[in-house]
Design a protein around this ligand. Sequence first.
Ligand code: SIN
Ligand code: CO
Length: 386
Amino acid sequence: MKNHARLGMSARAFLSRFWQKKPLFVRAGIPDFVDPLTPEELAGLACEDGVESRLVDSRTWRVHFGPHPESAFRKLPKTHWTLLVQEVQRFVPEAARLLDAFSFLPNHRIDDVMVSFAPKGGTVGPHDDSYDVFLVQGQGRRRWQIDARTRRDRALKTGLDLKILKRFEPQEELVCERGDILYVPPGVAHHGVALGDCLTYSIGFRAPNRGELWHELVHDAAETKAAEPLYRDPNIAECKHPGELDLASRKRVREMVRALDLSDGAIDRFFGRFATRLKPGHDLAAPPSPMTTGAFAKRWRRGDAIARSEECRFSYFRSGGSLLFYCGGHEIPIAPRLLPLAQLVSERRRFSSRDTSDSLAKDPKAQQFLTALANHGAIFFARAKS
Ligand code: SIN
Ligand code: CO
C-alpha cells in the first residue's frame, strides 16, 4: 500500500521532468496534512542532548547550536528568528511516516526530516543546498522565492555563520500553505520567509561524493582480513643509496595496493554496508540479551506488530543466486525465496506476519532472518497491535 505525495503527475513523470532538474511547487501535495509535532515539542527536542539543532537570528544571521537551555526560548524576540531541528524522524514516529510520502525514491538516498519553526520574518536567508529537498508546509504560511538561473553568481556573504548568497534574483515567488510541497533540486537558490508562526518539514536527500566513496571503500577494505599481510622483503638487496625508492620496493607496494578487491561484487557489498550504516552518534538499541529464534517466532506467528528502528536504513540486492540484506552497516545473507520479506521490511515502518504469505510467515529461514534483525536492534516488537 503506497501513500505517495500527490505531485499532480505520476512519480515517473516527476522523476523524469523535475528530479535533479528544476523546482516544482505542488498545491496540497499532502492533503489534510497534520503536523506531527507542535512548535513547543520542537523546542523541547532542541533542548535535549543528542539532538542536532540551530537557532538562527534572521536579522544578524548569527547561529546558536543546540542543545539549548529552556531559557533561550523565553528570551527570543517576537519575530525574525528560526529554530531548525535535524533528524526529527528519529524522535517523532509521525515525522518518520512523512518519509513514506517519498518512497518512490530509494532508501539509500533519503537523509532526514528537518523541521523548522519560525515566527513572522523568520528565515535562514537566500541560499542553495547541495542536496535535493522536498519542503512540506505544516502550520502557517511561508513565502518562497526561487532563483533557478543555472549561471548565477554563487558567491556568499562573508563573515556570517550561515551561507547567505551575495546575489539573489528570484524569478518566481509563491506562498506555501498547509500540505503544499516545494521540491528544490541541488544548487537552486531559494529563500523562504515565514509569514506568521510556521512549521516547515524538509525531506532532505543525501548523495555521497566520489572522494567520500573512495575514502570509505578503502577504510572498509582496511578492516578486512585481506588488508592484513605485512610488507615483507626477506630477499632485500643491500642498498647503496638509502634515499632511493628502488624498483623492488615499488613493485611490492604496487602489488599490495592492487590487491584491493574492486570487483563488481566487492563494490556492491561495500555499497550495501555504506548505504545503510549508522550516522555518527546513532545507535541501534540491541536487546540486552539476544532473543532466540523460538522466542521471536512465537510472537511473530501470533501476529504481533513489528516496528523498525529509525536509526538505520534498510536495503537489499540480488546478485546471481544470492540475496544480501543490509541494515545498520550489517550484511545478512538470506535465502532468495525471502525476497518478499526483504521488501516488506525495507518498505514498511510497521508490519506483522499478517502482511506476508502463510508459507513465508511459517518459514524457519524467515524467522531466523527477522530474529537476526531484532538482535541487531534494527526491528522490535511494537507495543500496540498493528
Ligand atoms: C527552513 O525550513 O527555514 C529552511 C529550509 C531550506 O531552505 O532548506
Ligand atoms: Co535550503
